[in-house]
Write a protein that binds this ligand. Structure first.
Ligand SMILES: [Mg+2]
Length: 370
């Protein structure tokens, strides 16, 4: 187990790799160390390690709740201070971010759960506030804005309800441009509708149905069909049943070698093995907006989950733009900056809008956005 995993309860479950006979249960992100690193010990050992990690990461677990409520130890404070130096608050470094955008078009990419909305027990109740919706609406007036989510595109649209945005659902495997005409496109931009995993649709539906039936016997388990991936939420499952749930998922997944399992915050996700993720979706959207191979663009991606790391890494590798991780705790990340929670994300978006509004006011002849 990495030091980071000790510090961050939510991250503990992520590096667990339980290995099925023919197809790996947790193939992505690749296990780094500790109980997720090896195959030796077999599935039972992996399941036990998984259960132990989940005890610490469950929001309903008494020990975890007590640990979060207690004052952080001196060691934890020092670790957090070191981490903040490496990933400073995007609010405290706002001017630095703005100065990097000089002569460039900022393009905003926003994860949904845990970024625009709080993480809640019932994934169907992860509503964003009206204030946040207003902030995102205003953001999209000044910058091309995309929502990039693991959820099904239709479902995340129902939460956000803003027709002027780009939406990349199912971890970027279902991308659609704004229903309301965008004004930011460059001349070479193209209209957007992209579904790289469309061949998998029948298989995903089948797996959803099988998993739905299979996990009925596990109280609290919630299976969600996200069109191009299936999510098994366990945040409401009693920890005594986690190993059973893992076995159930494993027994289904081993019949589908073309699917793989990944793990997010309190959720197992089954998705196609194609090489497509939120990072690829970011690149695709930049290209669709006409910003491929451009130096005059500054992509900013805000997200809270492991799956957002693919996008952070793309930005880091391109040496272009910034990733902003939403987290109260130190986590290993490719993001440049951090924000503690959705309320800080909203503050950051509001500042961005206000800065742009004032800068346009100061230069009234400059056209909006570009
Ligand atoms: Mg998220």
């Amino acid at each position: 187990m990495t030091k980071q995993n000790v510090v961050v309860p939510e991250a503990m479950a992520i590096s667990v790799a339980a290995v099925a006979n023919s197809s790996p249960l947790f193939t992505y992100p690749p296990p780094r160390s500790g109980f997720g690193a090896g195959v030796a010990g077999g599935f039972a050992l992996k399941i036990n390690a998984w259960v132990e990690s989940m005890k610490a990461s469950s929001p309903t677990h008494a020990k975890a709740a007590a640990a979060l409520a207690a004052a952080p130890s001196v060691g934890a404070q020092e670790e957090h201070a070191t981490w903040i130096m490496r990933h400073p608050s995007a609010l405290s470094k706002f001017e630095q971010i703005i100065s990097a955008s000089r002569e460039k078009q900022i393009v905003m990419f926003l994860d949904y759960d845990g970024t625009l909305s709080p993480i809640v027990d019932d994934p169907d109740s992860a509503f964003m506030s009206e204030a946040m919706r207003d902030a995102v609406r205003n953001l999209a007036r000044y910058f091309p804005t995309a929502i990039v989510s693991g959820r099904c595109r239709d479902k995340v649209y129902k939460f956000v309800k803003l027709a002027e945005l780009y939406y990349a659902g199912s971890h970027g495997m279902d991308i659609k441009g704004p229903a309301r005409g965008p004004r930011y496109r460059k001349a070479k931009a193209k209209s957007v509708l992209f579904q790289p995993a469309s061949d998998f649709l029948p298989m995903i539906t089948e797996v959803y149905n099988v998993l739905f039936e299979k996990t009925k016997s596990t109280p609290g388990a919630k299976v969600e069909n996200n069109k191009f991936c299936v999510s098994v939420h366990y945040r409401c499952v009693d920890e005594k049943s986690w190993s059973v749930l893992a076995e159930q998922v494993k027994s289904v997944l081993k019949e589908y070698p073309k699917l793989r399992l990944t793990q997010g915050r309190k959720v197992l996700e089954i998705r196609p093995t194609i090489k497509w993720d939120k990072g690829k979706a970011l690149e695709f959207l930049l290209e669709s907006l006409g910003f491929a191979d451009c130096n005059d663009v500054l992509p900013v991606y805000i997200g809270d989950d492991r799956t957002d790391e693919d996008a952070f890494k793309v930005l880091r590798d391109r040496g272009q733009g910034f990733g902003i991780l939403v987290s109260k705790f130190p986590k290993e990340t490719n993001a440049s900056y951090s924000l503690r929670e959705p309320s800080e994300v909203m503050d950051f978006l509001l500042r961005l809008v206000e800065w742009k509004r004032l800068s346009l006011k100061a230069r009234p002849r400059v056209s909006i956005g570009i």
